[in-house]
Each structure stands twice: as C-alpha cells, then as structure tokens.
Design a binder for this molecule. Sequence first.
Ligand SMILES: Nc1nc2c(ncn2[C@@H]2O[C@H](COP(=O)(O)OP(=O)(O)OP(=O)(O)O)[C@@H](O)[C@H]2O)c(=O)[nH]1
Length: 313
Amino acid sequence: MGAMNAPSSPYRSGFACFVGRPNAGKSTLTNALVGTKVAITSDRPQTTRHTVRGIVHRPDAQLVLVDTPGLHKPRTLLGERLNDLVRSTWAEVDVIGFCVPADQKLGPGDKFIAKELAEIKKSTPKVALVTKTDLVDSKRLAEQLIAVQQLGAELGIEWAEIIPVSAVGDKQVDLVADLLTKLLPEGMPLYPDGDLTDEPEQIMVAELIREAALEGVRDELPHSLAVVVEEMIPREGRPADRPLLDIHANVYIERQSQKAIVIGAKGSRLKHVGTTARKQIEALLGTPVYLDLHVKVAKDWQRDPKQLRKLGF
Ligand SMILES: Nc1nc2c(ncn2[C@@H]2O[C@H](COP(=O)(O)OP(=O)(O)OP(=O)(O)O)[C@@H](O)[C@H]2O)c(=O)[nH]1
C-alpha cells in the first residue's frame, strides 16, 4: 500500500524561541508544550535568566524550545549581556514565536521587541502568539489579533501564523506545537528521545534557590541577587535506599545592607528560603537533599565583568 501513497511527511527538527516582553507568558507556554516544569515561571517579570531548553518529542518531529530572558532597556552591564544573549539566540533559531498577552493593549515594550524582530533575517519564520486568551472575551481577542497583524504590517514582518493560545486553559497548545514543527527544517532528531531539557542540573537548582530567595523581597532586591551552586555531591556512607545529596550554594548580593534582608531576623528568613528551595530541588531531582546556603557580598557584581563571568553570565 505504502508505495503508492503520497510520501509520508519528512522528519523535521530544529530550535524555536519565544520572545516578548516580561510576563507575556513565554515560560508558561514552554512548560505547557513540553508537559513538565522546566523553565521557572513567576508572576513577576524577568525571572528567566538562563537559556533553558524544553524538548517536544513527536513521531515526526522534534522541537527544541529555547527560553530567553526578556529583552529590556539595558541599564547595567548585566542588562547589556542579557540583551546580547537574547539577540544571538534569535539569530540562531529556526522559528521565533512573538508572544503578546491578549489582556493587555500592545505597548512600547511590544513594539521595541517587534522592531528588533523585524531586523532578523526574512528566512527565519516568525509566528505571533496571542497568549492568555482565557482572560479575555472573543471581542477583545479579535481586536488583539488585528492589532498584532497591523503591527507586523507596519514593521514589515510577515507573520507565518497568528495563533491565539492559552497555556493555563490548555487551549490550542497542541496547535502551537503543530504549527511550529511544520516550520522547522527537515533533519534528524537533535536529542535522544525522552530528554526534556539539557539545562545543567546545577543551573536549574540555582534558579530554584534564586526564586525562593527573591520571594517577597523583589522590590528591595530586584536584580542584585545571584546564586551559584558550588557543589552537588552524594553523601558518603549512606545506605543505598536512603541517599542524600549535599548541595552547597552561595547567594550573592551587591551590598552589605542587603544581607540583612536575605538573612532576616536571627536567620529566620534564610532558613525559610532554604526549606522552600530544598523541597523544590528534591521534587526536581527526585532525591533527598541537604542544602547548605551561604550569603556573600560581591560588591557591584552587575557592573564588574570578572564577577559576571564567575556568576555564569
Ligand atoms: N490566565 C493565564 N495566565 C497565564 C497564562 N500564561 C501565563 N500566565 C501567567 O502570566 C504570568 C507570567 O507568565 P510567565 O510564563 O512567567 O511569563 P514570561 O513571559 O516567561 O515572563 P519573563 O520570564 O518575565 O519574561 C504568570 O503569572 C503566569 O501564570 C495563560 O495562558 N492564562
């Protein structure tokens, strides 16, 4: 039978990244597509600092999602590095998804990013994703779809697709995967089946600690906190059925005065941060963890290239 039928569609593989202003729903959509929590989401902007990949495996395609930090107006060296990282990621991927939330009018932030997008080579397909459709009625959604269409026309971007999607409401998530994979080049699988992310574990662990340390004090320490996992080693002499992973991590802040905020009265806050992070790390790695946290001052690390390198930027 097979020989007479139209040839089956070729295997496709490649990279996609979602761009959009902070809080546009990029991480949540990545997680919904991959089906497991890989990127760190939060209801506060700019928590995604590292390139985190999620991998969608399909019988006929493999879609590797590269999650970038939000592009923003650089104020510090760190800001510039992040923007460079974003741009170099855009230039390398096979398809770009431009995310705009349905519940907010297009603003200068979206235009700033769309303008950058217009500069990316024509051969890279660009898809517009109107996210969070569960938050609006159909009239508002239609308006947003038109606004996105017009923004593209204004800037000379030809959208390969404009797709409304709700990651939280699980509406059209599969369609997004279908349409993105169709736009990928033909090619072999890039990762072994079953891999969900190639983000090194230490970076994911550091992200979880950073999230916990920022909880509730983001206004006081918005960008001045970095976490480095110094080591992760299985505790020696444990019985095979009761393993324990020792994790030593440093929380870096910029100024001595911020130390008190992180540590709290008699160390109460740091203890809470440690417990919260430990539970999440245990869930991520599937093993009991002993987490040892130290708070250190790295003076003005955002402006110092040597410190930035040490902190992984
Ligand atoms: N109602 C609803 N909320 C959503 C949806 N997708 C994301 N959100 C919420 O919007 C907020 C931001 O989502 P993220 O996925 O962290 O956004 P992001 O674009 O990755 O943000 P940055 O990492 O700051 O760039 C979170 O509170 C999410 O829960 C959705 O489909 N529906």
